[in-house]
Design a protein around this ligand. Structure first.
Ligand SMILES: NC(=O)c1ccc[n+]([C@@H]2O[C@H](COP(=O)([O-])OP(=O)(O)OC[C@H]3O[C@@H](n4cnc5c(N)ncnc54)[C@H](OP(=O)(O)O)[C@@H]3O)[C@@H](O)[C@H]2O)c1
Length: 298
């Protein structure tokens, strides 16, 4: 493939984020092959002012895969990587770029058992999307991704060029990924109250969020992120300005009784801190509660 050819594209995990990216590609005439855990004959994305229906099928058996792809998007939860890894050997050649559409800052490490690190492209996913009971996905903002500014990012830029999902590249991806992680970490508090963005208007939750962010920011900086103190206010005010019913995918998982991405969204900060001897009293309270919630109900 040259830089100007359209890459062949597969997508593993057509859930909230996967459906959004797949539908954006389909709309631009670059329909990806779909692979997942549950079979579907089509995907359905809804958003303000429109919808996209994309024909399937979503295939569920790696043994049926007959070809490898230039680009594979992975949009399973971080708790599902091991189970989904069987797709990687089926879909990837030595040249395949695997773009990970997941929260967190350790995508390369998480995929290291299955793929060479230089083929793994982490991303920051900026848009909220949620699965609805009718099987459709409700996209609640304009889709946008940020990628590290590396040579392998080119294939994703080519694939998503002129689609409704915009892509930018960042020289300092570390800072952007940690900025998003801090936002995700604080969003995890919703799991502990069973509430949505409306709760951040309480002054006690605002203070707790600030204490947690102060701790997380110290870890982010120790890990190489260049972030000013203002990000803490920006994150809290972002939640305060959001629609009061805006949730977060970890809350959706909690309410559905699914395993939680507590380790990649909250535990990782505590782990990085421990490795560097940084005290994390707020994480030490929050992380075990999230971990325990993930195991429940009994
Ligand atoms: N949703 C958001 O607003 C949002 C925003 C930013 C970032 N993120 C991050 O994006 C990532 C994906 O989240 P999501 O909300 O899109 O999750 P999701 O809606 O649960 O989608 C996950 C998809 O992966 C499929 N899957 C599960 N196990 C699989 C396996 N072994 N093989 C193949 N497919 C498998 C699921 O199938 P089933 O249908 O069988 O469950 C589902 O289609 C997460 O890291 C999340 O934190 C989400």
């Amino acid at each position: 493939m040259t830089m100007h050819d359209t890459p062949t594209i597969a997508l593993v995990g057509p859930g909230a984020i996967g459906t959004t990216v797949a539908a954006a590609l389909h709309e631009a005439g670059r329909t990806p092959a779909l692979f997942g855990r549950t079979a579907h004959d089509h995907l359905h994305l809804r958003f303000d002012g429109g919808e996209i229906r994309m024909p399937g099928p979503v295939r569920t058996n790696p043994a049926d895969v007959e070809t490898t792809f230039d680009l594979v998007f992975i949009a399973v939860k971080t708790t599902q990587v091991e189970a989904a890894s069987k797709w990687l050997s089926a879909l990837c050649s030595a040249n395949t770029v695997v773009c990970v559409l997941q929260n967190g800052v350790q995508q390369k490490d998480q995929f290291a058992p299955y793929l060479s690190k230089d083929r793994v492209l982490p991303s920051v996913v900026w848009f909220p999307a949620q699965r609805e009971v009718d099987g459709s996905v409700w996209l609640r903002a304009t889709p946008r991704l940020t990628l590290p500014d590396t040579a392998v990012a080119q294939v994703v830029l080519t694939a998503l060029r002129d689609t409704r999902c915009s892509v930018d590249v960042a020289k300092d991806f570390t800072s952007i990924a940690w900025r998003k992680l801090l936002q995700n970490a604080v969003a995890g508090l919703m799991v502990l109250t069973g509430r949505r963005a409306g709760m951040y208007s309480r002054s006690d939750i605002e203070n707790l969020s600030l204490a947690y962010l102060t701790e997380c920011l110290e870890v982010a900086r120790a890990e190489g992120a260049t972030l000013g103190n203002e990000v803490m206010r920006e994150i809290i005010e972002g939640f305060q300005r959001a629609p009061i019913d805006l949730g977060t995918s970890i809350l959706g998982d909690r309410q559905a009784g699914h395993p939680l991405e507590w380790d990649s969204r909250n535990g990782v900060i505590q782990r990085c801190a421990r490795a560097r001897g940084i005290a994390t009293p707020v994480s030490d309270l929050i992380v075990p509660l999230l971990a325990a919630a993930s195991d429940g109900p009994g």
